[in-house]
Write a protein that binds this ligand. Structure first.
Ligand code: 13P
Ligand code: SF4
Length: 315
C-alpha cells in the first residue's frame, strides 16, 4: 500500500474504532504528522489519563504503553511494535531495583517514567524530565531519596536542588553518546547558536547548555521563548521535526553522536526503538488490534499510585 492509501486507511480505522493515536517527539515525522497528539513523556501520560477513546495506540516505546495501561486499565492499549523497548528502562531490572529499595528503608523512591511497570511497583512518585525538579522540590529538605534509573538526570537534579539523592546507575544509550567535542565543533561553525540539552546527557555536555530541559521544554524554549534563530540540539533528532514545523524560519542543527571507529553511517542520535514505529505497522496494529499491552492487575494497582502522585504534582 502506498503512503497516501496507508494514511487514508489509518484515518478510517481510527474513526471507526474510536481510537486515539499518541506519539512521542522522537518518532518518525510521518508518525508525528498522523498522530492525534504529539508530546513528551509527561504530556503523553496526561493525555492518556484524560482520553475518552476506546483504544489508545501509543507510538513510542513499551514503557509508555504500560503507563497508558496502568492509567486506563479498562481500555485497549496497542503499540505498533512490541520490540520498541528502551535502553534506559533496560538498565534497571525490577528485581535488582526492588533489592536496592529494600536495602534502604526510610527512603522515598522517585523513578523516572522510563522504567517498566514492575519498577514503578517499588516507586513512591514517578517523575519525567518535565517535572522532576518540581517533584523533588515538593519534598521536605531532609527527606532521604532514592532516584532511579538515570544517573545523568539524577546528578543534574542533585546539582540544581542541592539534594544528595542516592542514584541508580542507569543511562540512555542515545543521550550518553553526545560529546562536548561535537557540540564545540558545531558552535565553532555557528557561534550565535543556542545549545539545547536533554538532562539524560552527560555532565560535560550539560555544562555547554543554554537550556537544559525535557523535549517539550526544549521545544518551547527554541520556538517561543528564545529570540535566537539558530539552535544546536543535543537530544534525539526526531524532535527537529516539530521544532522545524513550529518555527520554519529558525535553523536547528542536530548534534552528531560520538561514533566509534568503523561505525560508518551510524545514526546514533536516533533512538532505534522509537523508529520502529512506522505507518505500515500503525495500520496493521489498528486493523488487527494487536500487539496489545497487558500489565498484571496486581502491578497496575500498586504502580498507579506513584503515577497519580506525579500527575497530581504536575497540575
Ligand atoms: P521526555 O519525553 O520526558 O523528554 O524524555 C525523553 C525520553 O528519552 C523519552 O524516552
Ligand atoms: Fe529510551 Fe533513550 Fe530511546 Fe528515550 S531515547 S526511549 S530513554 S532509549
Amino acid at each position: 500500500m502506498d503512503k497516501s492509501k496507508l494514511t487514508e486507511e489509518i484515518q478510517r480505522l481510527r474513526r471507526e474504532k474510536n481510537a486515539v493515536i499518541l506519539a512521542h517527539y522522537y518518532t518518525l515525522g510521518e508518525i508525528q504528522d498522523i498522530a492525534d497528539f504529539v508530546g513528551d513523556s509527561l504530556a503523553l501520560a496526561q493525555k492518556a489519563a484524560q482520553t475518552e477513546a476506546d483504544i489508545i495506540v501509543m507510538c513510542g516505546v513499551h514503557f509508555m504503553g504500560e503507563t497508558c495501561k496502568i492509567l486506563c486499565p479498562r481500555k485497549k492499549v496497542l503499540v505498533p511494535d512490541l520490540a520498541a523497548g528502551c535502553s534506559l528502562a533496560d538498565s534497571c531490572p525490577a528485581e535488582e531495583f526492588g533489592k536496592f529499595v529494600k536495602a534502604h528503608p526510610g527512603y522515598t523512591v522517585l523513578s523516572y517514567v522510563n522504567t517498566t511497570a514492575a519498577v514503578k511497583y517499588y516507586t513512591d512518585i514517578v517523575v519525567t524530565s518535565g517535572n522532576a525538579r518540581k517533584v523533588v522540590d515538593s519534598l521536605p529538605a531532609d527527606e532521604k531519596i532514592i532516584f532511579g534509573p538515570d544517573r545523568n538526570l539524577g546528578a543534574y537534579l542533585n546539582e540544581v536542588t542541592g539534594r544528595k539523592m542516592l542514584l541508580w546507575d542507569g543511562a540512555c544509550d542515545v543521550h550518553e553518546r553526545f560529546s562536548p567535542e561535537a557540540i564545540l565543533a558545531l558552535k565553532k561553525e555557528h557561534p550565535e547558536a543556542k545549545v539545547l540539552v536533554h538532562p539524560e546527557c552527560k555532565r560535560p555536555v550539560a555544562l555547554l547548555a543554554d537550556k537544559i530541559g525535557s523535549t517539550a521544554a526544549l521545544l518551547k524554549y527554541a520556538t517561543q521563548e528564545s529570540e535566537a534563530t539558530e539552535f544546536i540540539v543535543a537530544t534525539e533528532s526526531g524532535i527537529l521535526h516539530e521544532m522545524q514545523r513550529q518555527a520554519p524560519q529558525k535553523i536547528f542543527f542536530p548534534v552528531p553522536p560520538e561514533v566509534a571507529e568503523g561505525q560508518i553511517g551510524c545514526h546514533c542520535n536516533e533512538c532505534a526503538y522509537m523508529r520502529l514505529n512506522t505507518l505500515e505497522k500503525l495500520y496493521h496494529c489498528l486493523k488487527d488490534e494487536t500487539p496489545e499491552i497487558n500489565v498484571n492487575p496486581k502491578i497496575i494497582d500498586r504502580a498507579r499510585l506513584p503515577i497519580d502522585r506525579m500527575l497530581e504534582l504536575s497540575k
